[in-house]
Design a protein around this ligand. Structure first.
Ligand SMILES: [Zn+2]
Length: 1178
């Protein structure tokens, strides 16, 4: 712990936090005259003396690790930052979206009233009282069947927008290019993006880049200030006729036979599995990977490993060699021959155990293998003697008797997780530079001692190679996964907020890095030398403090930015668009009220729970009494209904816009409100909406204009914010953003899959960019029964850092709680709006690639319209020069954002890493979970640009290259037959295979196109904890729970071999959750948990655990609840009985086994990697 620090700020920072803007002093008068501790001293602070202490508990935090001054600020220092940057963009550069009104949303924007809202103002008034509200527009078709299914499939979609975010090479062309194809990923290249006038200058460095020029929105037909007040009849809105409130008969739906689809799949609609894909990527191709040198990701012939569908799986057109048992056998006990005496939990001792272990002695790293090479399991591609260029490829083992490898001798994730828990639970201090944090699966409390909590920032490596060659040679990517607003443990403290008044954050004059504990003060405290670029910057008078005899500032412990790894600065106007402080953010709830939405109970559910679960839980600043978030309400079908919920009204008013080709927002005053000012009107609205639309027969919904309307409203109100869209079906209504049903599931798993995994048109991608420039994030909650083109719709969520949720075959009574929990968590976890993330690194390295759900219009600034506590981005860092071993490597992540109360702030995270010149040091200080997190996002991007086979082979090649590098450079000499794995990386083959097998990355035709796209979207924003669970699910035995226990039982390896016929197991991966029930489970257990006499009588469609009054029932529900509480999304529980139809789906998550689609088992994959390593070493 950092007792000195936390003793002070643990109660919440004294400044700014949660306070209104005016009281916090930003924008207020400058802090007092220069003094040693101008700001913090100015505040009433308890325990001041604690901070002013001599720092004896943290004596070396600043000094020694800084390195000699002479090493800094040399010519190289100028190279990176000094020249590439346009000279001196002043801090005032934030030209943005149009002039901001001085007032907030509460009042009219322009002069004069907003007459359109007032009842009785003319024939075109949209003043209908809610009570007699009707839907205008042409009569809809009968409630027969929705038309989605009838669309002709589009074989090959046009307009294949490149996939995930772009990874432009940074800098003035001096650095090594990224090995990614530029512009291969979703964002447009710098300067070519539509809607963005030209490339931006540097963002947070030189300050904010210009966004789209202040164009008045076309929706008002004139300057905002004057048109605002015009009634619609003047033409100010352009289409007075398009708003109508015409009555429409309320014929109830005639048919109620809307097909009830199955509901038993956990979010996935496809029970059972089709046969393995018939297509194959060709014959196994075993080749030699030249050692050293990064293989180009696009290489097609060096991949070595035969495609998944071939190895171990069916050969093209042929029977399955080596035989994966048919699905029906899979469930049967005896599948894979349970090893004798197999304890479920294993006591595996992977380290030092070989496959055939004579001669394994090196305990410092796991050795797997003895004098003989591992045996190739059945199902592996047969040796192909005729293949050229493979000298020595046929290992002796191939002639040896086939012998099954013992899975217990392979590295076990359960063991690794348990060992780390045993060794590293408790407190983790960040004081040491380059200390690898505990695993994400370990419960630990972080003590911030100058480097940030690993919950915010994790690195694939904590000892960074000094040179580019060494890094390349290792094949380990140097990548960070950043969760800037991660939720902390209750024992941990949120980053304190520092308010330096008009002075603003103190920064390096050259590289603009923010003050941090690693800056070194010189000249008696009058200047500080930048830890990143080496430049010396004058200390502002107001920030001056004397140095003590060790060279530290005497106020080091008074200022978070001088002693902590994470803190926030209150930003000045210079950090705001147009130098105007922002308004509080807004949420717009936009509810599909089509026939389908009403029928499944969605509309009723949302309106019933919105107030209690959502509006009463809007995010607020820590310590604040109420939320500052503004809310607004919209419903839509084929047209859009806006609601005036101004507090002064007796009843809410509805305004209908039926011209959706050029949508506009017909009201501002009364549209955005706070809950307290309009509580009764909102209550009334939420009561009336379900009644109004109970007879809805609309089957053609729109989506594009809905988003446009929300965007326009936020822009007009000059607020950043979020659209919460609750949507049921493919938007086929005649309007911009109309989509075709182009589903063609047969393409999944083939080289053409990218066509249906990419957006079908550019509409939503372009609209997403417009949203980004307005700080408008879009969250879409989907409730589809059929294909609704998640690939296209999710693109707007991706660009705007929004979330997507999908509830297939939604029924409010069964799925309502799950949806509401997700909705609630989403709203509560929103922490930042209109954010820009900038990563700075030490001289010699720089960020070159960014992965995640965000938008970039230049090469350095990651724009995120909203950030919640679950979102993460990944950044790859490469060398453009050398690092100096004695100095270390530093990273600073700065997030400029608007807080939930509308305060503009900067959140800063600092990380100190070591540098190394020995590969062994690198391999000893790696973090595999972060590596896998990065690898998976990279693979997602590849999925949209390459063939499935190339994506797969890229991962396999990288895994083999990493391990071959270790074997060659770090392991002690041993027989070539031994597989030697570095301790930190011994699960790399297993996890790499799990990534390959993942539905999001290599999904075949056994999941739907939409589910595939959905998982891709999820994976792309996962933090390390989520991806860790997602790729290697947690399997927990439930049948032998200790009734008096309180913690979660130990997990088991994910293999069918481990399941006992008389057992019950929980399996979850953060997205799906199952309870598997063996066929000979004790009936008493079933009775106590499910209240039926046998497993056969369990209603698996209900997927609920009854609240029964007995110990076992309590304990099982406790386990399920604990697991759910650890995950970001409320997982639907699916009950699977052994041998019933859902079991193949469950088995799909037993990732150590061979997959039904031919994907490799852990054993097979490890053997293959071993062979690849030997090839590389030869
Ligand atoms: Zn600097």
């Amino acid at each position: 712990m950092n007792p000195q620090y936390h003793g002070q700020y643990g109660q919440g920072p004294p400044v700014g936090q949660g306070g209104p803007v005016s009281s916090a002093g930003y924008g207020g008068p400058a802090p007092g005259p220069p003094g040693p501790r101008p700001m913090y001293n100015g505040q009433p602070m308890q325990g001041q003396g604690q901070f002013a202490g001599p720092g004896k508990q943290m004596p070396v935090q600043n000094g020694p690790q800084m390195g000699p001054p002479s090493n800094m600020g040399g010519p190289q220092g100028d190279l990176q930052y000094g020249q590439a940057r346009p000279p001196g963009p002043g801090p005032n550069q934030f030209p943005q979206r149009g002039p901001a009104p001085p007032g907030g949303m509460g009042g009219p924007r322009g002069p004069g009233p907003n007459p359109s809202m007032m009842p009785g103002q003319g024939p075109n008034q949209l003043n209908a009282q809610m009570g007699n509200m009707n839907i205008s527009g042409p009569p809809t078709r009968g409630p027969s069947q929705p038309t989605m299914g009838g669309m002709p499939p589009m074989g090959s979609s046009t307009g294949m927008t490149p996939g995930y975010n772009t990874a432009p090479v940074i800098g003035g062309g001096s650095g090594p290019p990224s090995n990614l194809p530029p512009n291969s990923l979703g964002g447009p290249p710098t300067g070519s993006n539509t809607g963005m006038p030209g490339p931006r200058p540097h963002g947070m460095g030189g300050m904010m880049p210009p966004r789209s020029t202040p164009q008045p929105s076309n929706t008002y037909g004139g300057p905002p200030s004057s048109s605002q007040g015009l009634p619609p009849t003047t033409g100010g809105y352009g289409q007075p006729n398009s708003m109508a409130t015409g009555p429409l008969g309320g014929q109830p739906p005639i048919s109620s036979s809307y097909g009830q689809p199955p509901v038993s799949m956990g979010g996935m609609q496809q029970p059972g599995f089709p046969p393995p894909p018939s297509s194959s990527s060709g014959p196994p191709n075993m080749g030699m990977q030249p050692p050293g040198g990064m293989p180009p990701p696009s290489s097609t012939s060096q991949g070595n490993f035969p495609p998944t569908s071939s190895y171990g799986g069916p050969q093209p057109g042929g029977p399955i060699p080596g035989g994966f048992p048919p699905t029906s056998n899979m469930a049967a006990p005896g599948f894979n021959q349970p090893p004798t005496g197999f304890p479920p939990m294993g006591g595996q001792t992977p380290v030092s155990q070989g496959f055939q272990s004579p001669g394994s002695q090196d305990m410092s790293h796991g050795q797997y293998g003895g004098n003989q090479p591992p045996q190739f399991n059945q199902g592996f591609p047969a040796p192909q003697p005729g293949r050229p260029g493979m000298p020595g490829m046929q290992p002796a083992s191939m002639q040896q008797p086939q012998k099954r490898l013992d899975p217990d001798q392979m590295p076990s994730p359960i063991q690794v997780i348990q060992d780390d828990r045993n060794n590293r639970s408790g407190t983790f201090s960040t004081a040491g530079k380059g200390v690898v944090p505990p695993l994400v699966t370990t419960q630990f409390i972080t003590s911030d001692q100058g480097s940030c909590n690993p919950a915010f920032l994790r690195s694939t490596m904590y000892n960074v190679p000094c040179t580019s060659d060494m890094l390349k040679n290792s094949h380990i990517p140097f990548a960070l996964t950043i969760s800037p607003f991660a939720k902390l443990q209750t024992e941990e403290h949120p980053p304190p907020i520092v308010n330096l008044g008009e002075l603003g954050p103190v920064r390096c004059k050259r590289c603009k890095a923010y003050m941090n504990p690693n800056m070194m003060f010189i000249d008696g405290g009058r200047r500080f030398q930048c830890v990143f670029c080496g430049a010396a910057t004058d200390v502002p008078d107001a920030y001056f403090a004397h140095l003590d005899h060790t060279g530290r500032r005497v106020d080091s412990y008074d200022r978070p930015e001088l002693c902590l790894g994470s803190y926030e600065f209150v930003a000045t106007k210079d950090y705001c668009k147009d130098s105007i402080l922002p308004n509080a953010p807004a949420f717009i709830f936009m509810i599909d009220v089509s026939y389908k939405a009403v029928k499944c109970g969605l509309v009723n559910l949302i309106c019933e729970r919105l107030k209690k679960d959502i509006l009463l839980n809007l995010p607020k600043e820590i310590g604040a009494e109420k939320s500052e978030i503004r809310v607004a309400f919209v419903t839509y079908g084929k047209e859009i209904h806006f609601y005036n919920v101004k507090g002064a009204l007796a009843q809410p008013q509805m305004l209908v816009v039926s011209d959706v080709d050029d949508v506009f927002v017909p009201l501002l005053d009364g549209f955005f409100v706070t809950l307290e000012e309009s509580e009764s009107v909102i209550d009334s609205l939420l009561t009336q909406i379900p009644q109004m639309f109970s007879d809805s027969r609309e089957t053609e919904v729109i989506l594009g204009p809905v988003i446009q309307a929300g965007l326009d409203a936020l822009k007009s109100a000059d607020r950043a914010g979020k659209l919460y869209i609750f949507h049921t079906s493919l938007p086929i209504g005649e309007a911009p953003g109309k989509l075709k049903n182009r589903d063609d599931r047969k393409l999944l798993g083939t080289d053409k899959e990218k066509t249906i995994l990419s957006p079908q048109s550019k509409f939503y991608s372009q609209l997403g960019q417009e949203c980004v420039s307005a700080g408008c994030s879009v969250d879409v909650f989907l409730f589809p029964d059929t294909y609704c083109d998640v690939a296209t719709i999710s693109d707007i969520c991706r660009l705007t850092s929004g979330n997507m949720y999908k509830y297939s075959y939604f029924q409010a009574d069964l799925d309502g709680d799950r949806f509401i929990e997700d909705f609630k968590n989403n709203v509560q976890s929103q922490r930042a709006f209109d954010a820009i993330v900038r990563v700075r690194t030490s001289q010699g390295i720089r960020p070159v690639d960014f992965l995640g759900n965000f938008y970039m219009s230049n090469t350095t600034d990651v724009e995120m319209c909203a950030i919640d506590s679950n979102q993460a981005i990944s950044v790859e860092i490469k060398h453009d020069d050398k690092l100096k071993e004695q100095e270390g490597a530093f990273v600073q992540v700065a997030v400029l954002f608007t807080s939930v109360s509308g305060q503009r702030r900067l959140r800063i995270h600092n990380l100190s890493l070591n540098c190394c010149t020995q590969l062994a040091d690198l391999f000893r200080n790696c973090e595999l979970d972060t590596f896998i997190n990065y690898m998976s996002k990279y693979a997602i991007r590849n999925t949209l640009n390459k063939s499935p086979r190339e994506t797969r082979e890229h991962i396999m090649t990288e895994v083999a290259n990493v391990l071959a590098c270790y074997r060659k450079n770090c392991a002690s000499p041993s027989s070539a037959g031994q597989l030697i794995l570095p301790e930190c990386m011994k699960l790399l083959p297993l996890y790499g295979n799990c990534v390959i097998k993942s539905d999001g990355i290599q999904g075949g035709q056994d999941i739907s196109t939409d589910d595939r796209s959905y998982l891709m979207h999820l994976t792309n924003a996962m933090d390390v904890k989520s991806s860790c669970a997602f790729f290697y699910p947690r399997l927990i035995p439930l049948h032998d729970l200790d009734p008096s226990g309180t913690t979660l039982p130990s997990a088991m390896r994910c293999s069918a071999e481990r399941l006992q016929d008389n057992g019950v197991y929980l399996l979850e991966n953060g997205v799906s959750m199952f309870i598997w029930i063996g066929h000979s489970v004790d009936p008493d257990w079933i009775q106590k948990v499910f209240s039926v006499q046998s497993a056969a009588q369990i209603d698996i469609d209900k997927c609920r655990l009854h609240e029964l009054e007995n110990e076992i029932s309590h304990r099982v529900r406790d386990v399920v609840n604990q697991v759910r509480a650890q995950r970001n999304r409320y997982m639907k529980l699916t009950i699977v009985r052994q041998r019933d139809k859902l079991e193949p789906w469950f088995n799909h998550f037993l990732v150590e086994d061979k997959g039904q689609n031919g994907s490799a088992s852990y054993v097979d994959f490890l053997c293959h990697i071993h062979k690849e390593i030997r090839n590389l070493l030869n």
